[in-house]
Structure formats: C-alpha cells, structure tokens
Design a binder for this molecule. Structure first.
Ligand code: HEM
Length: 403
C-alpha cells in the first residue's frame, strides 16, 4: 500500500535524529519536504538564527502541521483567541507580550511556588497503585506541570483538568491528522477551555489578584475590557499554559525513560542525589522535548553558505543542535556524568524560554522524589515504549513502571 505523506512525517517525528545527522554532514542547508522547510541542525547555525530575530521572524513558529476542516473551524469561531501571541511575534509587540510572563516567572516567583511543587510531587507519588505498578504519563507527568502552572496563573484547582485537556486537544487538532468528527470534538474541547479562561479574564479585570492571570489582563487593558482585549488575553493565557505544561510533561516522561534505560546511571543518582541537576540537563539535551520551531526569513540571507530568499521557511532544530558532535562529544550517548556544556533545549536569545527555571525545578523535585522513595523503579518490560510522533512535545505515549 502507498505510504501517505503523514506516515512519512510520523516516521521522521518518532526518530528525527538520523535526519539531523544527514543535515549536519551536508554542505550548507538541506531542504526537507516532510517538514516543508530548510532544516537547520548544526549547533552554530541554530545559534546564529536565534541571535538574529530581525532576519529570522517567529511569525510562523507555531505553523500547524494539519489544517482543520471547515466544520472544525466553525466550532473554533465560537471560542476566543486566534490573535498573535508571544511565541509568534517579533520586535516591540513581542517584548510587550513577553514582559508580564518574565515577571510572573521570575526567580523569586519560582522560589515561592517550590513548596507547592514539593507537596504535589509527594501527593502524586502517594497515589501510585499499591501493587507496585504505575503508568507514569497519566498518573504523574501529565498532572504535575498543569497543577503548577495553574497555581502560578491563579486557576482554581478544579479548573485545571479541563484546561490541561483543552491544551492536549489543541495540539491534536493542529498537529495530528484526525477524522472530521474527531476534529469537531477536539475543537469543542478547545472552545470549552477558552470559555473557562475568558471567565478568568473577566473576573481578574473586575477584581485583580496577586497572580499571573491578573498581570496578563492588566497588560492588555487600560480601563475598560473590550471584546478584542478578551480575545487577546485568552490567547495569551492559552499559549502560556500550553507552553508551560505540555513541554514539562514531555520532559518528565523522557527523563525517567532514559534514566531507567541506563540502570547504572539511575543507581548512581539514587546513591548521589547531588547529581540530579546535571542529570536533568543531560536528559533535556539528549532527547529534547521541543525539537524545533519554524522561522521565516524577512529578507534574502545567507546561512551556512546557502542563499535563501525573503519568505523562506526554516525548521530550527534545537534537538539537532543538541546532538551536534562539534559541541557535545559523543552526542548520542546518554551520560549524566558528562562535563556540562550549554545546550539549546530551552532556546536562546529574544524568544529563549522564560519558564526554563520552573521546568528545571519540577524535574529536579520529581527525580528526587522518585529516586528516594522508589529506588527499585524499572520499566515494565511487557509494555514496549512508543514515542509520540511530534516535534513539539517529544515523549513516550505511555510509560509503564514497576518497583
Ligand atoms: C521542559 C520544559 C520546557 C521546554 C523544553 C521549553 C522549551 C522552550 C523553547 C525551546 C523555547 C523557545 C522557542 C523559540 O525560540 O521560538 C521556549 C519558549 C517559551 N517557553 Fe518554554 N519550555 C519549557 C517549559 C516552559 C514552562 C514551564 C513555561 C511557562 C511556565 C514555558 C513558557 C514559554 C514561553 C511563554 C515561551 C515563548 C517565549 C517567547 O517567545 O518570547 N516554557 N520554551
């Protein structure tokens, strides 16, 4: 049977590393039809693109892999958002959108939320089955980051599950091929999430609190709250929430997966917990959660010797840069004892991840809790691990563990 374009893309997404290797070895840049973009996979080239946002615009950074059917679009029309957000804007507008997020995720704010993160890690591990088995993605990795970003934004814990679910459904709708009925159902879940967020926007406009939702609402209004400003604030909140939980969920999954696949390194961590921060960096480098985002050239430019016209699309592969032997010796080897070298898992420059510290702390506390309480943790051999086909939240579908 003929392979569909999506099968080919799935294959690349499940294992992009051989594609990066070929692209790094080539002269200049390689155009990859599956990605519909020039693939930038060398560390030095990725850094150069990220340092020149005026030449490489973020306008297409969230370009969907799939265009929803008109019937799903019609459902989305009943929701909020659809406006430019921090990750898709450039220049002054970008700085304006980024400012409240940077304030809301400052080192002091992250430090203030750590006791809550520690409490949630303990409660979630307490809830694992008493039969010595757990599926980590649903019981833990898919839950902690939503609770934590929900707390910072100021969501009622009762609203967190619908917001997290809406985030997963938005990703499915825009990045997975779904049958039309499924697209409509996903669009309905996304719209339901947006209405929950709009309620927060209206409430925080009327009665601001000490939370990030209030800061975001204040940043888009100067008095009255118009319908257009509600759209802007909901889009802003939705983007922040998705960026905050889907990525961290993915990195928890791959970190635990690689540590348990390399038993000696897991045992080393259990014996020497001071190594946990280095292990988190290695996991973030080795199997990068956000494999890459697109950029659009704003004028004719030459990159790695390849001449590109204005309007060319690049796929900027953080995950490719992180496996570049020119920067990371033996890059395909997972080794928590390697000498630290700055990787690009959290990006760099104008759009560099403002949530990196929050993500690192959640990973650190997670590995600390699991290694201290469940040192006998193992992958359940009867459940082979399958990676999700995605370039934006790389993780196993499910991670069955025993102890
Ligand atoms: C393991 C977890 C995470 C990873 C791997 C990750 C990775 C990244 C990367 C690579 C970028 C740069 C995108 C670009 O250059 O276009 C980015 C941007 C961003 N991240 Fe993260 N992130 C993580 C967690 C978080 C968390 C916890 C938050 C919020 C609480 C967050 C919020 C954001 C936002 C708002 C942006 C856009 C910044 C901008 O465009 O100026 N991220 N992230």
């Amino acid at each position: 049977m003929d392979r569909q374009p999506h099968d080919v893309l799935d294959e690349l997404q499940r294992d992009p590393y051989p594609h990066y290797e070929r692209a790094r070895r080539a002269d200049g840049l390689v155009h990859v039809p599956e990605l519909d973009a020039w693939l930038v996979a060398r560390d030095a080239d990725v850094r150069e693109v990220l340092r020149r946002p005026e030449d490489f615009s973020s306008a297409n950074s969230l370009r969907p892999d799939v265009l929803p059917a008109p019937a799903a679009f019609a459902v989305l029309g009943g929701g909020f958002g659809g406006r430019p957000v921090v990750v898709t804007t450039d220049g002054a507008v970008h700085q304006q959108l980024r400012a409240p997020i940077v304030r809301g995720l400052s080192p002091a704010r992250v430090a203030a939320v750590l006791p809550y993160v520690a409490e949630r890690t303990a409660v979630l591990v307490d809830s694992f089955g008493k039969d010595g088995r757990v599926e980590l993605m649903s019981a833990y990795a898919g839950r902690l980051p939503g609770d934590v970003i929900g707390r910072i934004v100021g969501l009622d814990p009762a609203d967190v599950p619908a917001v997290v679910h809406g985030g997963h459904r938005a990703e499915e709708l825009l990045f997975r091929p779904l049958a039309q009925a499924e697209q409509i159902a996903a669009a309905e879940d996304v719209v339901a999430m947006q209405h929950v967020l709009d309620r927060y926007v209206r409430e925080r406009h009327a009665r601001p609190r000490e939370d990030l939702a209030s800061e975001i609402v204040a940043s888009v209004t100067d008095g009255e709250l118009t319908l257009e400003q509600r759209h802007e604030a909901v889009g802003h909140l939705q983007n922040l929430l998705l960026a905050g939980h889907l990525t961290t969920t993915a990195l928890i999954g791959t970190t635990v997966l690689h540590l348990l696949r390399h038993r000696a390194q897991w045992e080393l961590l259990c014996a020497e917990p001071d190594r946990i921060p280095a292990a988190v960096e290695e996991a973030a480098r080795h199997d990068t959660a956000l494999q890459g985002f697109r950029r659009l050239t704003t004028r004719p430019v030459t990159l790695a010797g390849t001449e590109l016209p204005a309007g060319a699309t690049l796929f900027v592969a953080f995950g490719g840069a992180n496996r570049d032997p020119a920067r990371h010796p033996e890059p395909d080897t997972f080794d928590i004892t390697r000498a630290p070298v700055r990787h690009l898992a959290f990006g760099l420059g104008a759009h560099g991840c403002p949530g990196a510290q929050l993500a690192r702390e959640q990973l650190r506390l997670t590995i600390q809790e699991l290694s201290q309480r469940l040192p006998g943790l193992r992958l359940a051999e009867e459940h082979p691990v399958e990676m999700r086909p995605t370039m934006i939240h790389r993780s196993p579908y499910r991670l069955h563990l025993t102890w």
